[in-house]
Design a protein. Structure first.
Lengths: 206, 187, 109
């Protein structure tokens, strides 16, 4: 490893006085500002093409290696899942009423979000994403708006699915909590259910 | 995808999976682990130079991710967010090693034996790059991986590796030359 | 085994038997009871030892428990029944003044 390795075809003499490192920086800057002495030099163009190829192979290397990775057995995944706790996602404490002054009864916000997810998922063709309880859930009687992100599978009617999601969530919240539900907003964000994120076909219903 | 099969978590998009996991859905988090675990393992192996500590590093990364998922506001960047976490954990390992071993290049190990599948792809450019990276001095390789794969800036690399930015530039220039020379042979 | 350990065990057994209670979680960091999405591997062994926390403050006894409830019965009802059962047991056991009993539902269904 030495600075002195000569790279045939990529030395300043071949690059009209430029260095490979300058060209790398130029590429990184998006070839801006435009440099006529680089752009008009065939040597520089060849070298930049080589740099771009190298970068491309570097990027695809990991993806290829990830595919080649020996499949991890379930104990590896279990090793991770065994070490995570509920606390980070427990959220706020939602009071449950009781006549006794010694009683401090609560549902965690995390438990209620889990309930909402399960209710929404029970609707055919729907997968619930993130959900939010808007309003001060720690105060009894406070009006709460439920915001739910959902994916609807192709072939299902979006407004119908959203209506059924709302009904299912409302029924469960009524059964298990004492929350005062002001509204349930369902945002359908992706009807493809594909792994690519790309286009966000958001459609707000309510 | 079969239109008639019910939607399944393992096929859901990142936004759905990340949203659920941030809300405490362990099954969604498991999907995230299976989806990005292999890439993170490949990455950690590259940065660390061997796969002895890869399992630990990636497991630690996912535990950190679980704790911090609710702070991730844009689910669309979850992949690069996870790569940042595994970068940082890998670099922590390198730092810890440095305190024990006072030499620049800790992995002088002989090249690992290649399985038949590796030999089969030996002609591909990626395999050549992989070999070249493995043969490179550790710091050069770390700089290259952080720069070209994790897309860190010079300053970020300098901060992460506790090196002056000028040194990082020098290491990257040498790495570039080494790899360009390898590339000559691919043509 | 001191009195408090005995009481903890007694209350844990009591709570676990209340209809609608699916799990009693450790008062320390709760380890997730994970069911694998892809393989359906059930990691029940990962659940921390069940425990109802009992402590003595100057106002009297404080009891706290974190539970998971099943979908069948309303979570609020199960939560109240857990409170009532603990309060009754403490009363019958002739316990000193009870300062507070906290029941937290961390999982529904």
């Amino acid at each position: 490893m030495s600075d002195e390795i000569a790279l045939e075809g990529f030395e300043p003499a071949d690059l009209d006085g430029h260095t490979i490192d300058e060209l790398s920086d130029y590429l990184e800057a998006g070839c801006l500002p435009f440099d006529p002495s680089i752009e008009s030099s065939p040597g520089c163009q060849i070298a930049m093409a080589a740099l771009i190829r190298l970068r491309g192979v570097s990027l695809s290397l990991l993806e290829t290696e990830a595919i080649d990775e020996p499949a991890r057995d379930d104990s590896w995944v279990a090793g991770i899942l065994n070490r995570i706790g509920f606390e980070a996602q427990a959220g706020r404490s939602i009071p449950v009423s009781h006549p006794s002054a010694q009683a401090f009864l609560t549902l965690t916000e995390g438990a209620v979000r889990g309930l909402i997810r399960a209710a929404g998922d029970s609707v055919t063709g729907v997968l619930i994403g993130r959900c939010r309880l808007q309003g001060d859930v720690t105060v009894p009687g406070e009006p709460i708006t439920v915001l739910v992100d959902a994916s609807v599978f192709w072939g299902e009617s979006i407004p119908e699915a959203a209506a059924r999601v709302r009904e299912a969530i409302y029924a469960e919240l009524l059964k298990h909590t004492e929350l005062t539900i002001a509204a349930i907003d369902v945002v359908i964000h992706d009807v493809h259910l594909s792994r690519s994120l790309g286009e966000d076909a958001a459609e707000e219903i309510e | 995808m079969d239109v008639h099969s019910p939607p399944s978590l393992s096929q859901a998009d990142d936004r759905t999976i990340v949203g659920r996991a941030a809300d405490g859905d362990v099954r969604a988090f498991e999907v995230l682990v299976r989806r990005y675990g292999p890439l993170m393992r490949a990455y950690a192996t590259r940065v660390l130079g061997s796969n002895d500590e890869t399992d630990d590093v990636v497991q630690e990364s996912f535990i950190t991710a679980w704790q911090q998922l609710s702070t991730l506001t844009d689910a669309g960047v979850v992949k690069s967010w996870l790569m940042r976490i595994v970068s940082r954990k890998s670099i922590d390992r390198i730092r810890a090693r440095k305190q024990h071993v006072d030499i620049d290049d800790f992995e002088q190990e002989a090249p690992r034996a290649h399985g038949p599948e590796r030999i089969a792809e030996a002609h591909s450019r990626e395999a050549a790059l992989s070999r070249a990276l493995r043969a490179m001095p550790a710091q050069q390789r770390q700089c290259w991986v952080l720069k070209e794969i994790a897309e860190y800036s010079y300053d970020d690399i300098a901060a992460e590796l506790d090196l002056p930015t000028s040194t990082v530039r020098g290491l990257l220039a040498r790495a570039r030359k080494n790899l360009m020379r390898e590339m000559e042979e691919w043509r | 085994m001191d009195d408090r350990t005995a009481l903890t065990r007694d209350l844990t057994d009591l709570v676990r038997l209340i209809p609608g209670v699916a799990a009693v979680y450790s008062s320390g960091p709760v380890v997730v009871e994970a069911v694998s999405a892809v393989t359906q591997v059930v990691l029940r062994g990962a659940v921390a030892h069940d425990v109802v926390a009992v402590a003595e403050a100057n106002g009297g006894l404080t009891v706290s428990v974190t539970i998971g409830v099943s979908e069948g019965l309303p979570a609020t009802e199960v939560c109240r029944q857990v409170y009532d059962a603990i309060a009754e047991r403490l009363l019958l056991g002739g316990m000193a003044e009870t300062a507070s009993i906290a029941v937290k539902v961390a999982r529904i269904g």
